[in-house]
Design a protein around this ligand. Sequence first.
Ligand code: SAH
Length: 253
Amino acid sequence: MGKIYVVGIGPGGKEARTLEMLEAIKESDVIVAYTTYAKLIQDLTDGKEVITAKMKEEVFRAKVAIEKALQGHTVAVISSGDPQVYGMAGLIYDMACKNNVNVEIQIIPGITAANAVAAKLGSPLSMDFAVISLSDLLIPSEEILNRVRKAAEGDFVIVLYNPINKPLLLEAMRIIKEVKGIDVPVGIVKSAYREDEEIMIATLSTWEKFLNKINMITTIIVGNSKSYICNNKIITPRGYERRYDLHVIDSNS
Ligand code: SAH
């Protein structure tokens, strides 16, 4: 019997790939990928059978991958970022289980958009954070907005993936602002680690000036009540200032 690797390729650029990901793709003779991701790893797939599919065909991709593995192939199913984070990992395990298929499945983790984007913004994720997808294709929007509200009430830093539905995004941000009641920093990064990367820093009251820039390869991070902007970076303090005096650098020394 073959094997399935569910591979996270990171945010896009070669510099954010892992060695484990390169090995898994090298070992695979079949690659199953959404068309855009197949292009991002084109340099690695020469001589392999590459099966591409459109965005909403995840179930088809999982089916093909499992069938190919049953035929004895080593298959790499490609996700951007990390395959657990709104990627293919859950679906592959779920379908293998529900169809009583006992094929070997190995997850290869990747740098998820939250980490890639946070790195570009400064250090917004240095305290407890919640990751929420604003895609209402599978989850009803009331359920999504309920999670947004709870995360805001918990004063989590909030990372918003899939901000494609503009009315839903506006409502989510309105709720966060209503709950937090203060003007916390908002970081918006489009195409992190890709050619057309754009980094935008604003606050809950000014972020809408970037609304037209937000597309399906954009991730938004809203800080917590302690986050602040300094030197054009978003900083979320870890809490050291509660126990230590941080004003200790003598710039004359
Ligand atoms: N598995 C992926 C997420 C897939 S959902 C991961 O772990 O990153 C797709 C969403 O991920 C996009 O709508 C966007 O919010 C985010 N995303 C993926 N790549 C990105 C990139 N290079 N820059 C900014 N956001 C990205």
